[in-house]
Design a protein around this ligand. Structure first.
Ligand code: GLU
Length: 466
């Protein structure tokens, strides 16, 4: 059997970390089994679905590198197919038209609530032979079995059983002709040959209805795997209150997709006590039976730790690709500065996020407007301008613009002037970057480039010569 999984988001908002984790688990399981991963956009709720949300979902999936083999399929493009199945169920007597008015349903609901019983449709139209005019509005209901039970063995939750007497004849098509979620999801998963449905456990209660529908259609029932939800650091359901929840917000905040993916895989899944997983490792080890039954809590500190790890250990060109995105968002013209790979090499140990790295490195791509007052106060002392002048003379004659010989030349200067290296390096850093905090002075000079470095030193000489 070829394993086929899917991710089926409703595009009513951005892709949040809970959805991304579901997508990741589905993707990993397909990849682990050498199967296929399908992307389906569940956009039948036309009022709440939006194009920006669809775009954000696709963008997030791409950023996380969760590539899909088929799709994106859109439910709104499959209405003919849904109609065909509804007609088939009606013709086979497995569904029926219900003409009950809103008022009647409402009244029934109130009475049931009063009696302390679960509100459910009483089946009035199920076997009715009343005549109706063609323009009378109706919904289509599925004839749920009235006896017996519906059971399934969830890969995470174990054996689950619901008595059919607890389920009512749910609506599969609304009076405006639109099909409902529980119906479309079954038709789609069946048509798309989905073998494993991996999704959030908020759908556990929908599953028995869906299984009855699979059986009525005479199609194989997939394996279900309902993943527990993600809680915030404080144990309550993860929400905006806990900070970023949208995948793209994590990008904006300067996280690497590798860090977020590694972080998400450990939210509810474990492989011994290993914390750091490359994607090939995740694919190799991933299994549904190692998914945790209990909810997992989001821990921003751990995500930060993973981000720092990947900033330092991923090949510089991969980090640089992401850094470039941040630099461009700050309006940096990448052709007017160093290769971003060099920035990564010099800053990976000194910054926690790519956003911070981009902010610190912006001075190598465009002019800065002021010198950091604290740095100036601390380091621009009497004699500093003279040091800058000496440094300028040495640097303008430097035979090679490379970090190591430049470092050596400047420490020779410090020795000749009989002053500490700080008194050379710090005024130079202020001149070159506006602040006294930057990588090694040789690296900083290389990041600036010869021309820009000399220009900035002479500008600082003028600025501080008052
Ligand atoms: N569209 C549903 C949702 O976003 C998911 C349905 C499913 O995975 O079965 O919650």
């Amino acid at each position: 059997m070829v394993v086929r999984t899917r991710f089926a988001p409703s595009p009513t908002g951005f892709l949040h970390v809970g959805g991304a984790r579901t997508a990741l688990f589905s993707w990993l399981y397909a990849r682990h089994c050498g199967g296929q991963f399908v992307l389906r956009i569940e956009d039948t709720d036309r009022e709440r679905s939006t194009q920006p949300a669809i775009d954000a979902i696709l963008e997030s999936m791409q950023w996380l590198k969760l590539n899909w083999d088929e799709g994106p399929f859109y439910q709104t493009k499959r209405f003919d197919r849904y109609q065909q199945v509804i007609d088939q169920l009606l013709a086979e007597g497995k569904a029926y038209k219900c003409y009950c008015s809103k008022e009647r349903l409402e009244q029934m609901r109130e009475e049931q609530m009063k009696q302390g019983i679960k509100p459910r449709y009483d089946g009035r139209c199920r076997d009715s032979h009343e005549e109706h005019s063609p323009d009378e509005p109706y919904v289509v209901r599925f004839k749920n079995p009235t006896e017996g039970a519906v059971a399934f063995d969830d890969m995470v939750k174990g054996h689950i059983e619901f008595a059919n007497s607890e389920l009512d004849d749910f609506i599969i098509q609304r009076s405006d002709g639109t099909p409902t979620y529980n119906f479309c999801v079954v038709v789609d998963d069946a048509d798309m040959g989905i073998t494993h449905v991996i999704r959030g456990d908020d759908h556990v209660n929908n599953t028995p209805r869906q299984i009855n529908l699979y059986k009525a259609l005479g199609v194989p029932v997939p394996v279900f795997c309902h993943v527990a939800m993600i809680l915030g650091d404080d144990g309550t359901k993860l929400s905006k209150r806990h900070g970023a929840v949208s995948v793209m917000q994590y990008r904006e905040d300067g996280y690497l997709p590798e860090a977020l993916v590694n972080y998400l895989v450990r939210l509810g899944w474990a492989h011994g006590d290993q914390e750091i997983f490359s994607v090939p490792e995740m694919v190799e080890y991933f299994s549904l039976d190692a998914i945790s039954k209990s909810a997992s809590s989001f821990n921003t500190k751990k995500l930060d730790w993973l981000n720092a790890h990947y900033m330092k250990t991923l090949p510089a060109e991969e980090v640089a690709a992401e850094l470039s995105w941040h630099l461009q968002r700050l309006d940096a013209d990448l052709s007017k500065g160093p290769d971003p790979k060099l920035v990564v090499r010099c800053y990976a140990e000194r910054t926690h996020t790519l956003k911070e790295m981009a902010q610190k490195a912006l001075c190598y791509y465009q002019d800065f407007s002021e010198y950091d007052p604290a740095g100036v106060k601390k380091w621009m002392k009497e004699g500093s301008v003279q040091v800058l002048k000496e440094a300028y003379a040495i640097l303008s004659a430097a035979p090679a613009w490379e970090a190591e010989p430049l470092d050596v030349a400047l420490s020779d200067l410090a020795a000749r002037l009989e002053i500490g290296m700080g008194k050379v390096g710090q005024p130079l850093r202020i001149a070159l970057t506006g602040s006294a905090m930057s990588p090694g002075i040789g690296d900083t000079l290389v990041l600036c480039g010869r021309e820009r470095a000399l220009e900035r030193i002479s500008k600082a000489i003028k600025h501080f010569s008052v």
